[in-house]
Design a protein around this ligand. Structure first.
Ligand code: PFF
Ligand code: NA
Length: 446
């Protein structure tokens, strides 16, 4: 494999693509329910700390490797390892990333399918005039209906794979980013509504006054996994995007811009959702259904609610679509690099992901009691292990490779932040990020 000469059209295009990968279900769906299940402010605090000391520096490490290698992850790692005089076995890290994105994509598609269902329902006005209890009950009924869920899951796989097969993700990213400001506006409007509810004060206190005693090992592990997941770090998926990064662009600056946008979406969604939770007397630890129950309730209280609810689910769908393309690209690339046609590779990966996704679909009905590991059903398993273990392990190895194995001159050029910026980044990765991931992982496995 030789070096790619392709580049994103502009610096902005690179930031838009990475933002498209970052902002998705992690922010609007997973962040709120994980915060709910992990006790609120303690989780939020840890998540922000992990984004700063792990997510950002390791995200730079990951993109830097792709940028220095100017190839797909597997070839970039092998090439750079050879250049550094170490074993090309580092390429297996790229394959490990592929395994990680495969399992993530399998449930990502199922849950994105839920937003397709909710988009259709809200366009049909099915939520207007319904009581909160009815809204909750209709979500449960949906989960219990594997046929409807399979339909939406199938649709989402087709949406993702057709864009990947046609190689037109750039167009979708432009659309996504054109519409992204609207997502922020809608979230701000929702927060404005949240302020008027009785639950707002409780929600703010619950989100922003951490009780340090609530920090348990599992809260720490969950927060770390979520920091990697939400920034799309640790699976070599962003490494693939780094290969096309323009020659002159500060990587730290680009990455910080993405992280700010990513965290902002999560915080706005969290404030809106927990205000509804506390004003309706709901359970914050309600689980994966949290957003799908609270947001229809919130919008139904607003003027023009049904319309805005539809717009919201459309934007969410677009956001998850660009993320799932980022998940699928490295998988497809493995097969196109091996000589398969793009369309065939996309069809192959799409079918496999679809099949495995069915196990998640049925985890809400016939397979709900079938446990695979530590009492978890399949959906619980794939929404936990790849995020909480695979991503941090992948991120750890990427960080070791970028900060210890790669020659400093190569890494410094790819970071593009000057000698001072480089030393700061490398010091942070070497002496803070790497030890921290190791400590958390070891204590968790213990
Ligand atoms: N960052 C995405 C989200 O928050 O929804 C999920 C994701 C995309 C994770 C791509 C990992 C990845 F490689
Ligand atoms: Na995210």
């Amino acid at each position: 494999m030789s070096e790619t000469l392709e580049r994103w059209g502009s610096r902005r295009a690179f930031i838009l693509a990475v933002t498209g990968a970052a902002v998705g279900l992690g922010n609007i769906w997973r962040f709120p329910y994980m915060t709910g299940e992990n006790g609120g402010a303690a989780f939020l605090l840890l998540y922000v700390v992990f984004v700063l000391v792990l997510g950002l520096p390791i995200m730079m490490a990951e993109i830097l490797v792709g940028r220095a290698g100017r190839r797909g992850p597997i070839h970039a790692l092998a090439h750079l390892a050879r250049q550094a005089g170490v074993s090309p076995h580092w390429r297996w890290l790229g394959l490990f990333g592929a395994v990680t994105v495969f399992f993530i994509l399998s449930f990502y598609s199922v849950v994105s399918g839920w937003s397709i269902e909710y988009l259709i329902e809200s366009v049909n006005g099915n939520f207007s005039g319904r009581t909160p209890d009815e809204i909750g009950a209709s979500f449960d009924a949906f989960l219990a209906d594997p046929l409807r869920m399979t339909f939406n899951h199938t649709l989402f796989i087709l949406l993702t794979m057709s864009v990947v097969a046609a190689g037109i993700s750039g167009g979708l990213e432009r659309l996504n980013n054109l519409l992204m400001p609207l997502l922020y506006i809608l979230l701000v409007v929702l927060v404005g509504y949240a302020v008027t509810t009785d639950g707002f004060g409780t929600a703010m206190a619950w989100l922003f006054t951490p009780d340090l005693e609530a920090i348990t090992l599992s809260v720490v592990l969950n927060a770390m996994g979520h920091a990697f997941f939400t920034l799309a770090v640790g699976a070599c998926a962003l490494m693939a995007y780094g290969a096309y990064m323009p020659d002159h662009q500060s990587l730290p600056r680009a990455v910080v811009a993405v992280a700010v946008m990513d965290v902002a979406v999560a915080l706005l969604a969290g404030i809106a959702i927990f205000s509804v939770v506390f004003s309706q007397g709901m359970d914050p630890a309600e689980g994966p259904g949290l957003m799908f129950v609270t947001l229809p309730i919130a919008f139904s209280d607003l003027p023009g609610g049904p319309l805005w609810l539809s717009v919201f689910f459309l934007l969410l769908l677009l956001a998850t679509w660009t993320s799932s393309i980022n998940l699928a690209e490295p998988l497809v690339a493995i097969f196109t690099d091996a000589g398969l046609k793009r369309g065939k590779a996309a069809a192959l990966i799409g079918s496999l992901v679809w099949l495995v996704g069915l196990l998640s679909v049925f985890s809400f009905s016939s397979l709900s009691e079938v446990t695979w590991l530590a009492g978890m059903n399949f959906f619980e398993l794939v929404t936990t292990v790849p995020l909480e273990f695979f991503l941090p392990i992948g991120g750890l190895l990427i960080a070791i490779f970028a900060a210890w194995v790669m020659p400093a001159s190569t890494a410094m050029r790819a970071l593009d932040a000057g000698p001072g910026g480089f030393r700061l980044w490398r010091g942070l990765v070497r002496y803070v990020s790497i030890p921290l991931v190791v400590i958390v992982l070891l204590s968790a496995l213990w």
